[in-house]
Design a protein around this ligand. Sequence first.
Ligand code: HAM
Length: 461
Amino acid sequence: MTESKKAPVRAALKAVRGTRDLLPDQTPLWNNVETTARNLFARYGFGEIRTPVLEATELFARGVGEETDIVSKEMFTWEDRARAGGEGVHGPESKAQSLTLRPENTAGVVRAYIEHQMAHSGALQKLYYIGPQFRRERPQRGRYRQFWQIGAEVIGPPSSGSESPLRDAEILEMLAGFLDKLGVRGWRLELSSVGSYQDRVRYNEILRAALQPIRSRLCGDCQRRAETNPLRVLDCKVPDDQALIGALPQISDHISADSQTHFSAVRAALEACGVPYTLNPRLVRGLDYYTRTTFEFTVSTGLGTQNALLGGGRYDGLSEMLGGPRSPGIGFAIGEDRLILTLQAQQEEDARASGAPPGELLDAYIAPLTPAQNATALALARELRCAGLRIEVGDGSFKLRKSFEIADSLARHIVLLGEDEAGSGVFTVKAFASGEQTKIPRARLAEALHGVQSRGSNFVQ
Ligand code: HAM
């Protein structure tokens, strides 16, 4: 016989910088958040839309804006090769085309709205999405290169009521309800109006003039933006620029009477619903499509400097910018990664306060006392799982002490299964929360294990 060759030792591969694996101890919270969103959004008449992660680069250049950080610096873009006589992405004989992994989903949803002629029905479209987005940002806590958004868009021809301030308030009220339902504490809604498209054009010129005398004292990016798209100067994060930017004219002082009336109606409706907000006149947001209402929700726990949990606003001209019919709209996107970080930080805070371990526990751990009970343990686990319980099974080769340790870390109960129990069908069950140990016959076991509330779990049902 020839000696078998050893596999060569290779360096282990890692996830790409700024991307992450979500492991089973994290995904229950993600699923819970997504289920809560789906159920709540359905109550407001939203239906789900799924658009491709891959879009033509031009969609974002036109929709989000060439001068934004997202489009100018952060997109994953490549030239898709045309094959001589072959098939390109857009069918046979297509030419080379610049493609981009979507950095956000609003442009894609509006593209789909136009492509599928959704305006034709004349009805207001309420669409939501959950999915990954991609931006080449410097990774840090709460900022990733692949991240998830839960978002929604309300769009339709003007006759559908899509311009109504009621739509803005309804979205904000729904978001406040969503965060409350998940138990997010201390959220803050920051609100502004950037005026109509015409207001923005006018304000851009006012800003351009105001930037002229201070231009040379600003950072390199802002010197360029002062010429190409002055509004983007307001997004600048360079600390040395902040005092100069703070003294610039504010957009809220330059919006038309119509925009002001619209904004007042949004605020009145929010007040009627009891949704608290703070006005932030510097909130221009980092995307060019916004008109009138813009907003962000921030939180103080768990996110550090990346404290914007979600953002959104109106985009009354986006459909036309993308070649569609006039269709005002408003929407938002929640940074799901950031929402999860916030909830985890809160769970840890709560666990420290109550002394209970965070996270969700299984209903029971079945501990066979010798290998001879392994098969019976598996059959019992099958029976209990069929009854809807979450069960883990140990191994009869484990020492009793080890079984108790594992069970305590995983489950609310331990079910002991020795020769006696297997013979009599009466099991010894210990509930860890109370320390109580009882004998329970097989016929009542499922009911008994269902009974107790989970220890340290703050999941929303
Ligand atoms: P955005 O403000 O660019 O807006 O992103 C929305 C949210 O996505 C942010 O508030 C943040 O929570 C999260 N987010 C953004 N970048 C990252 C990142 N690199 N890592 C983790 N989370 C991130 C939009 O995307 C618009 N499409 C929202 C919208 C919908 N406006 C109208 N409709």
